[in-house]
Design a protein around this ligand. Structure first.
Ligand code: PEP
Ligand code: MN
Length: 344
């Protein structure tokens, strides 16, 4: 990783750096952070001659050779000062809440619109809602691009940024065209490296972020962080890690709640961590405790399924969506816990 003396290299400086790297079979990837650009060497950065030449340039401070499988996501990376923003919140500075239905029913748009107003009222900073759904049963409702119009209308009415899952290139194209603010990579696609690359390429120069769920198979923290590296290495560092429970499930729960991975992630990466307690436990009654646990473990925020009428929702809502009243209590209690644990 190339660390300049300045916040960003000029075009001429970048060309000079690129020419040196090219001579050694490497490329440079520019990653635009909030305040400064980071220049990642793509290729084998161990060549001492190449590094010496780069470090000899008057506008270069140093070349960091981080020995990590996720050198950009690494806590020692110069991207570590980057902060992800969403819904007017700089993640990490105060608790962030994203809430909304599991699945948007295009036949009942009012349910999503009403829910969007209710989650905003309850204190959420962003709205979630599935347009396309990864369903275990191929005969269950699979989603519908018409739901995207409903989601964007809910965003327009409330001013909340929206998060929705994309599973393929067509979803990605439609979501970006519609102006979706946060692309969700679901647990089933958490290690779909070609999708991660497509997303990385599509958002490289856009103001869009990614909520990357943890795979459901109890994979390692390194595997999770490396999946984020796939996206970030293509130029956009706005990735949020989202533990959401793993398999095998804890008896009686939908998954095995995995919020205890938060401190481990925090030790290894600078990326914000927003826990999804809804898919973790799978039952509305258990969500408040799981939400508190996540904040106690150091999460930067929560992504919670919520519906004004859970029983009228589709997808997971009848089982696991909390009501807006319950969401309001979760927000109040987790804010209090944040204050106690982080001494603010
Ligand atoms: C969802 O957010 O509704 C969802 C399907 O999530 P996951 O990929 O975590 O199962
Ligand atoms: Mn769901």
């Amino acid at each position: 990783m190339i660390i300049p003396n300045v916040n960003a290299l000029s075009d001429d400086q970048l060309k000079e750096v690129t020419d040196i790297l090219t001579a050694y079979g490497c490329k440079v990837m520019v990653i635009k952070g909030a305040e400064r650009c980071v220049y990642a060497i793509v290729g084998d950065e161990r060549n001492d001659d190449m590094v010496t030449k780069i470090e000899g340039l008057p506008y270069i401070n140093r070349v960091d050779r981080i020995q990590s499988p996720h050198k950009l996501m690494d806590i020692r990376s110069s991207l570590a000062t980057h902060r992800v923003k969403m819904g007017g919140i700089v993640l990490g500075t105060e608790p962030f809440f994203c809430a909304g239905p599991c699945t948007i029913d295009p036949k009942n748009p009012n349910l999503t619109i009403e829910t969007a107003h209710a989650v905003k009222e309850a204190g959420a900073h962003a709205l979630r809602g599935g347009v396309w759904k990864p369903r275990t049963n191929p005969y269950s409702y699979q989603g519908d691009a018409k739901a995207l119009l409903v989601l964007m209308e809910a965003s327009r009415q409330t001013g909340l940024p929206v998060d929705t899952e994309v599973m393929d290139e067509e979803h990605l194209r439609l979501a970006i065209e519609a102006g979706v603010h946060c692309l969700q990579v679901g647990a089933r696609n958490a290690l779909n490296y070609s999708l991660l690359r497509q997303i990385g390429e599509a958002i490289a120069s856009r103001d869009v972020c990614v909520l990357l769920k943890r795979g459901m198979h109890l994979g390692s923290a390194q595997e999770f962080i490396s999946a984020a590296e796939y996206i970030v290495q293509l130029g956009n560092p706005n990735v949020i890690l989202c533990p959401r429970g793993t398999q095998p499930a804890l008896d009686g729960y939908r998954n095995h709640p995995d919020e205890s991975i938060v401190p481990l992630l925090k030790e290894r990466t600078w990326a914000p961590v927003v826990v999804d307690p809804s898919h973790s436990v799978g039952k509305a009654a258990y969500v408040p405790a799981a939400a508190l646990a996540a904040i106690a473990y150091g999460a930067d925020g929560l992504c919670i399924e919520c519906n004004v009428h859970p029983g009228k929702g589709i997808g997971d809502d009848p089982k696991q969506a909390v009501t807006p009243e319950a969401l309001r209590r979760i927000i109040a209690q987790t804010r209090e816990l944040w204050r106690i644990t982080r001494g603010e």
